[in-house]
Design a protein around this ligand. Structure first.
Ligand code: ADP
Ligand code: MG
Length: 677
């Protein structure tokens, strides 16, 4: 066997020592042939090498111990008395102590006792100690030593293996104990942590027994409700609940006892008197599959409740403003679906809120109108202000509205919809029209009075001359007819001038019962020539026994003159013209400014209905609404006053005029003339 350089050196050192040293070395070498073991007395410890201290007064024993311990790869230290042992423990902090029980000055039990109980060794008290005893030492109180933490007993005599085994086992046991101790500490720390969490939680946390009495309540109770928790332990949870919520709390608790977790809201009484709103979460506590109580977590939601209430109030407030405002308000989502429709909108458009909300705007009003109302460019975030549009109402009638379009913006400044606010401006429109007309009429009036001044005097002259001639010519002279015609025409001119005035400054009609035939007769005489010249086929159907009409003779005559003239002018190449009258019994509904009918007296009256039909050029549908407007004319020489005067007169008579026309086929005017006062 080759001996290495290192070994040779060691051998040289050992040479000077006892043979036992050599034996030691060799046994070391045999046990751990791969490594050179540094003698333990050099105290040159490597970190994972454990140090074992043997305290024994017998030198032989120490030598045997050294041999065995070193051979197992441990560092070996020895002390020959109890006191020296204790000093070494302090100085070298061994990992394990082999302690002989029987020693002269201080026995093993006492050394051990000092080690575990003296303040000096406190940090070393954990070091495992193996007590070595001789067989007959039966007076040792093993139990109390074990209770004090002794690791093991070793009875002399013992073999090499036995000692190593017991050392190894004690180390393993010690390690396990150490680990358990750490775990225990960890558990204790975790427990503290949870306890801390529960105690200082922002929520009220408590446990209840099956009766609903508090077993535990965390500290939050006092800050939340102002009560001392000690006062509440053992008392019923339900006493803490506001009386009006107790039934609900009880029901939920009973369900929890059946094993169901419950979440609900209740009010809790407070020292201050004002109840708190709590959101409760109660869960059953199970033990061996049975519910033994409940754990509750309650969060103070008073603030949230208050906010909710404020939001509701605000919403109601806004809603009431929106509903009561005079203007119509429609809100749309991004797909142009109606999301709200207020009272104002209902009134202006005639739809009810619940028949339009959820529908597309394009389905509710004609597409051309909705496109005009809300062109796609409105997707930009600016408002469109004060525009006007004519909208179709539910009943098909039209209404002029002025409107504003505002985008609806959410919190993130994103467009989420559109608000259309609008107002019925039919009246304003009407007034505007009236103002324009008044303006025109005012200048017309000025003109008319000037003309009248100039025309009426010569007219009076003509009339006087004619009347003089009438007297001078023989009564049966056929020329008398010419003269009376001249006078009638002059009278008519005079009447026309007066009508012109009356238009600018309307006067009340002078109404008397007249035969319709008489009025028509006068008109016929005036227009006979023209009718014949244009080759118009003129038929009259006038029942003999027709009621008298209660009208102003001259005004109604003027109505017919205008209607006849228009008909003649509509048939430049001739045609057929028919006048028909009959008695009817009906109701004429009064109409408001929006041309909406309303019944003010639900009584039928007797009327004479006159239909005037021509086979002329007809009226374009889009002009039908305008023909009664003053100054509306399609004729190069027209004044556009004829029909507006007709309309005004008929209205003043509480009658009615309607028109029906087909382009290229002809036109029919229908009049209702009253027969009674
Ligand atoms: P004017 O006759 O001076 O034009 P009116 O008020 O009498 O003024 O008539 C207004 C317009 O109504 C006429 O220009 C014409 O276009 C239309 N109109 C009236 N009556 C008829 C009719 N019988 N046939 C066709 N168009 C008519
Ligand atoms: Mg006319």
């Amino acid at each position: 066997m080759a001996i290495s350089q290192k070994s040779r050196e060691l051998l040289a050192i050992k040479d000077r020592n006892s043979v036992k040293d050599l034996e030691n070395y060799i046994s070391d070498h045999i046990y751990r042939s791969s490594q050179i073991v540094t003698p333990t007395f050099l105290m040159n410890k490597t970190p994972h090498k454990k140090t074992i201290l043997l305290i024994d007064d017998e030198a032989d024993m120490i030598e045997i111990g050294r041999k065995i311990v070193a051979s197992a790869g441990y560092h070996f230290l020895s002390a020959s008395s109890g006191q020296e042992g204790l000093d070494y423990i302090l100085k070298y902090k061994p990992d394990l102590i082999l302690l002989d029980y029987l020693m002269p000055d201080m026995n093993g039990a006492e050394v051990f006792h000092r080690l575990v109980s003296s303040q000096r060794y406190k940090h070393l008290a954990d070091t495992p100690v193996i007590m070595i005893t001789a067989q007959p030492e039966s007076d040792i109180d093993r139990t109390s030593l074990f209770e004090m933490g002794l690791a093991s007993f070793l009875v002399k005599p013992f073999g090499h293996r036995e000692l190593i085994n017991i050392i190894d086992n004690v180390f393993i046991l010690h390690q396990v104990r150490q680990k358990n101790k750490e775990l225990e500490q960890k558990i204790r720390r975790t427990e503290y942590k949870y306890q801390d969490l529960i105690e200082n939680a922002n929520d009220l946390i408590f446990t209840l027994n099956l009766k609903g009495d508090f077993i535990f309540i965390n500290r939050r109770l006092s800050t939340l409700a102002g009560f001392t928790r000690e006062d509440w332990i053992g008392r019923s949870f339900f006493d803490l609940v506001a009386p009006e919520d107790r039934v609900e709390a009880r029901n939920n608790f009973n369900l929890t006892l059946k094993g169901r977790a419950r979440i609900f809201e209740i009010r809790m009484i407070c020292q201050s008197g004002t109840p708190l709103f709590l959101s409760m979460n109660i869960n059953p506590i199970f033990e061996k599959g049975e519910v033994v109580g409940a754990v509750g977590i309650a969060r103070d939601i008073t603030q949230r409740k208050k906010l909710e209430q404020e939001i509701t109030d605000l919403k109601n407030f806004n809603e009431s403003i929106i509903q009561s405002m005079g203007a119509g308000l429609i809100t749309l989502d991004l797909e142009r679906r109606i999301t709200s429709f207020n009272n104002g909108a209902e009134e202006v458009l005639g739809y009810k809120n619940d028949e339009v909300v959820g529908r597309f705007l394009d389905e509710v009003i004609p597409i051309e109108e909705s496109r005009k109302l809300l062109p796609d460019v409105v997707s930009q975030n600016h408002s469109l202000l004060n525009r006007e549009i004519e909208l179709t109402r539910k009943d098909g009638s039209h209404v002029f509205v002025g409107y504003t379009i505002t985008p609806r913006i959410d919190n993130h400044n994103l467009k989420v919809g559109t608000i259309i606010s609008f107002r019925d401006i039919s009246q304003i429109k009407q007034m505007q029209v009236e103002v324009v007309r008044m303006d025109r009429l005012a200048s017309l009036g000025v003109l008319a009075s000037g003309v009248a001044h100039e025309v009426r005097n010569p007219l009076a002259g003509i009339k006087t001359m004619a009347q003089t001639l009438e007297e001078e010519i023989e009564k049966n002279d056929p020329r008398q007819e010419y003269l009376s015609r001249i006078i009638r025409q002059v009278n008519r001119l005079d009447e026309l001038l007066r009508t012109l005035f009356s238009y600018a400054k309307p006067r009340q009609p002078i109404r008397k019962p007249h035969r319709l035939q008489d009025i028509i007769q006068e008109v016929d005489i005036l227009l006979d020539d023209r009718i014949k010249k244009k080759k118009i086929d003129y038929t009259k159907i006038l029942p003999k026994d027709l009621h008298k009409v209660f009208v102003d003779f001259h005004q109604i005559q003027q109505v017919f003159i205008n209607l006849f003239l228009n008909a003649i002018e509509a048939m430049p190449n001739g045609g057929s013209f028919e006048l028909q009258a009959r008695a009817v019994e009906t109701i004429i509904y009064a109409r408001d400014r929006r041309k909406r009918a309303f019944v003010n007296q639900n009584k039928e009256s007797q009327y004479v209905e006159v239909t005037i039909r021509d086979s002329g050029v007809g009226i374009k549908p889009d002009q039908l609404n305008n023909i009664f407007d003053p100054f509306f004319t399609t004729k190069p020489q027209g004044t556009g006053l004829g029909l507006s005067i007709v309309y005004r007169i008929i209205e003043e008579h509480n009658g009615e005029i309607r028109v029906d026309s087909k382009l290229g086929e002809g036109t029919t005017f229908t009049l209702l003339l009253p027969t009674e006062e």
